[in-house]
Design a protein around this ligand. Structure first.
Ligand code: AMP
Length: 207
C-alpha cells in the first residue's frame, strides 16, 4: 500500500501514521520530521527550511519534492510507504504522481476550532511521541523519559498562518485525490482509537 495522509495541522496525522505504519510494517515518511531533523543537525537544508517553518509557511516545492523522491527510492519503500505531510501543494502531488502510484489518500477531517485547541496543547518528545496536556500532565515522555517540549511552530502566532496555508494550498488536494478515485474520508474528531479503527477498516476493505 502506498499511502498519503491528508488533513489540517493538528488533525492527528502523525499519531495515526505511527500506528498505521506499525500495523502494516511500512516506513513512515514525515517531511516535517525530516526537515526538523535537518534543522537540529544544522544542515544547509535545515538552515534554509527553518526560515519558512518559523513563519508557518511552506518550504519551497523543489526542496521537498527532491527530498521525498530520494527517500522513496530507498529499498524499504518498495513494498509500500506512508507519506505524512506530503504532498501539501498541487505541484507536489503532480510530481509525486510521476514517481509513485498512490493507492489510498486518507483525509483526516477535523473542524478548525478543534485543530486550534489540539495544537495549543500539543507537546512533543524528540523520539517522535506526541501528547496533549488535556490527557497527559507530566513533563517527561512515557516511552523514553525525555523532557517534552512545544514545537516553535505550534505557538499561536504561527498556527494561524499554518492554517491559512493549509486552506489555500493543501485543501485542494482533497479534490485532486477524489478525482483520482483514491480518496477516503475519516472523522478525525473521534477518539484516537476509533479514528485508527476506521483507517484500518478502509485499508483492509479496499486492498
Ligand atoms: P508538519 O510537521 O507536517 O506540520 O510540518 C512542519 C512544517 O514543515 C510545515 O509547516 C512546513 O513549513 C514544513 N513542511 C513539512 N512538509 C512540507 C511539505 N510537504 N511542503 C512544504 N513544507 C513542508
Amino acid at each position: 500500500m502506498y499511502l498519503v495522509f491528508l488533513g489540517a495541522p493538528g488533525a492527528g496525522k502523525g499519531t495515526q501514521a505511527t500506528r498505521v505504519c506499525e500495523k502494516y510494517n511500512i516506513p513512515h515518511i514525515s517531511t516535517g520530521d525530516i526537515l526538523r531533523a535537518n534543522i537540529k543537525q544544522g544542515t544547509p537544508l535545515g538552515v534554509e527550511a527553518k526560515k519558512f517553518i518559523d513563519k508557518g509557511l511552506l518550504v519551497p516545492d523543489e526542496v521537498v519534492i527532491g527530498l521525498v523522491k530520494e527517500r522513496l527510492g530507498e529499498e524499504d519503500c518498495k513494498k509500500g510507504f506512508l507519506l505524512d505531510g506530503f504532498p501539501r501543494t498541487l505541484e507536489q502531488a503532480e510530481a509525486l504522481g510521476k514517481f509513485a502510484k498512490i493507492t489510498h489518500a486518507i483525509n483526516i477531517q477535523v473542524d478548525e476550532d478543534l485543530v486550534v485547541k489540539r495544537i495549543a496543547g500539543r507537546r512533543m518528545c524528540k523520539c517522535g511521541e506526541s501528547y496533549h496536556i488535556s490527557w497527559y500532565d507530566k513533563d517527561a515522555c512515557q516511552k523514553c523519559g525525555e523532557k517534552l517540549y512545544q514545537r516553535d511552530d505550534d505557538k499561536e502566532e504561527t498556527v494561524k498562518s499554518r492554517l491559512e496555508v493549509y486552506k489555500k494550498q493543501t485543501a485542494p488536494l482533497i479534490e485532486y485525490y477524489k478525482q483520482s478515485g483514491v480518496l477516503y474520508d475519516v472523522d478525525g474528531a473521534q477518539e484516537m482509537n476509533k479514528v485508527f479503527e476506521d483507517i484500518v477498516r478502509i485499508l483492509d476493505d479496499n486492498d
